[in-house]
Design a protein around this ligand. Structure first.
Ligand code: NAP
Length: 250
């Protein structure tokens, strides 16, 4: 590797990924190339070099890593982006590159919370339908189509960009990007007379206010569990821990 700065692919789309790119942008001994999937029409861009779009599966990613002289892979994608995380692990292993998965901790349940944990979206549909007929979906735009057949329910659907999937017939679409304030979330739950909130266990501060609001209003929350990482994956829970790992690489 010589004296040149190490080239790090940061698989991004998260605040953690942007923070890491920023830390590498100063004279750190690392050069970041950030990668975004290209799902959001106006993404918040990291500093430094950015590429956008899929790689074409594990083989595409492996080729891209080789062609771009990448030394280290940091998977700082969203905890629910399970496919790209698995691809990152496989492609890095094929080239014998060090890889780290940055995973912020999930949210912690408070004793007054009324959470029902479910393993996936399909289970969330069944569970939410049994809890009430006015359902607030805060699961992003990609999977809301799973609720399309719940024709007897009314939905408040919040996403950054409009979903392209078929939506349930009775809904209001709210386009918004966090952070959200607790007072505003309480007002939303109250004014729309929400019976149940559906969320992924994303963790982090940016969108946690909805959980405080649900607690304050006594509203049940269907909490979708994260997909698991590949067996044996090396993880860091924070940007600081990821940075520490990078600095210690032999
Ligand atoms: P996913 O299901 O794990 O990945 C599906 C495919 O999208 C991958 O096979 C890959 O295509 C491409 N891809 C995903 N992330 C990529 C990245 N950072 N750079 C280049 N290609 C990427 O991913 P997802 O859940 O759709 O998430 C897509 C992006 O949105 C990620 O960057 C993630 O951090 C961000 N995000 C996701 C969520 C969520 O709830 N899932 C929430 C917030 C942000 P190829 O196979 O062609 O390489």
């Amino acid at each position: 590797m010589g004296d040149r700065s190490r080239r790090v692919l940061i698989l991004g789309g998260t605040r953690e990924a942007r923070n890491l790119a920023e830390m590498m942008s100063s004279d750190s001994g690392f050069t970041a190339v950030s990668s975004l999937a290209g799902r959001v029409s106006e993404p918040v861009l990291p500093v430094g070099e950015v590429r956008i779009g899929g790689f074409g599966g594990v083989d595409g990613l492996r080729n891209w890593l080789g062609d771009n002289d990448i030394d280290v892979v940091i998977d700082a994608t969203h905890p629910f982006a399970g496919v790209i995380s698995a691809h990152a692990a496989a492609a890095a292993a094929a080239l014998d590159l060090p890889v780290l998965h940055v995973r912020r901790p999930g949210w912690r349940k408070h004793r007054e919370d009324r959470w029902i944990r479910v393993p996936d979206i399909a289970a969330a549909v069944d569970t939410a339908a049994g809890l009430g007929s006015r359902i607030f979906l805060t699961i992003g735009r990609q999977e809301v189509g799973a609720f399309a057949d719940l024709t007897g329910s009314w939905f408040l659907i919040r996403a950054i960009d409009p979903p392209s999937a078929k939506l349930p017939p009775n809904h209001e679409l709210l386009l918004a990007r966090g952070p959200f304030a607790i007072e505003d979330e309480i007002r939303l739950l109250t004014e729309r007379r929400i019976d149940v909130l559906v969320t992924k266990d994303s963790g982090g501060e940016l969108t946690v206010a909805k959980l405080f609001a649900a607690r304050a209003c006594g509203i049940p929350v269907v909490m979708i569990d994260r997909p698991s990482l590949p067996a044996g994956a090396r993880t860091a829970e924070s940007v600081a821990a990821a940075w520490d790992w990078l600095r210690r690489l032999p």
